[in-house]
Design a protein around this ligand. Structure first.
Ligand code: FMN
Length: 194
């Protein structure tokens, strides 16, 4: 089983989502089946914003990184993403990663009857952190956006491990993190290691 672990928080060791994504990965790698983990810190090693030059593959180094990123996503059985809410949405570093994995002909295509996702069969677990409380509110452009992106790519098995209201007080923060950790999905549906 291959697990791709991504973080995108800019808050380093103070990050809520880094703590949660690490806890998810620890739980999933403790499973008896073999789990191979690949990790990318999108804050420390960001992908460049997608530009016309990117699409033209003008920079061979950038094009190679983009292809590695796409293949790493395609190869993963489980994707764990640390995804904080920044300005009601996601960090631009995570958006830059999405721009490299949402690729026509590779992870989705358009047909006579509409779009079709080509990256199905994976599980995505998102460690979500929010300073305020946004669940079910019209201010949430983070979790519904991520759910839509992965659904478009054919992935409906998306779960959120959520700590919100973390900016209200230190107590809110520690209770929200503990509550989120209690909801980490069990590694029950692993495919055999390739
Ligand atoms: C640049 C930035 C923008 C943020 N924007 C929002 C926001 O729009 N809504 C909100 O509820 N919290 C916001 N927050 C608070 C974060 O969502 C909160 O600190 C969360 O824990 C971030 O996850 P992290 O600790 O892993 O970075 C923002 C924080 C930062 C640093």
């Amino acid at each position: 089983m291959k697990l791709l672990h991504l973080d995108s928080s800019a808050l380093g060791p103070n990050s809520v989502t880094r703590e949660l994504s690490a806890a998810i990965v620890a739980q999933w790698t403790a499973a008896p089946e073999g789990v191979r983990v690949e990790y990318r810190d999108l804050d420390a090693s960001p992908l460049p914003h997608l530009t016309g030059a990117s699409l033209a593959k003008a920079d061979p180094g950038e094009a190679a990184d983009a292809e590695r990123t796409l293949q790493q996503f395609l190869d993963a059985d489980v994707v764990v993403i640390g995804a904080p809410m920044y300005n009601f949405s996601i960090p631009s570093t995570l958006k830059a990663w999405i721009d490299r994995v949402a690729v026509a002909g590779r992870t989705f295509r358009y047909t006579d009857s509409g779009p079709e996702g080509l990256a199905g069969g994976k599980k995505v677990i998102i460690a979500s952190g929010r300073g305020g409380v946004h669940s079910g509110a019209p201010t949430d452009f983070q979790e519904p956006y991520l759910r839509q992106v992965f659904a478009f790519l054919g992935i409906d098995d998306v779960e959120f491990v959520r700590a919100e209201g973390v900016a209200y007080s230190a107590q809110h923060r520690s209770e929200a993190i503990a509550g989120a950790k209690a909801t980490i999905p069990q590694p029950s549906r692993l495919r055999a290691a390739a």
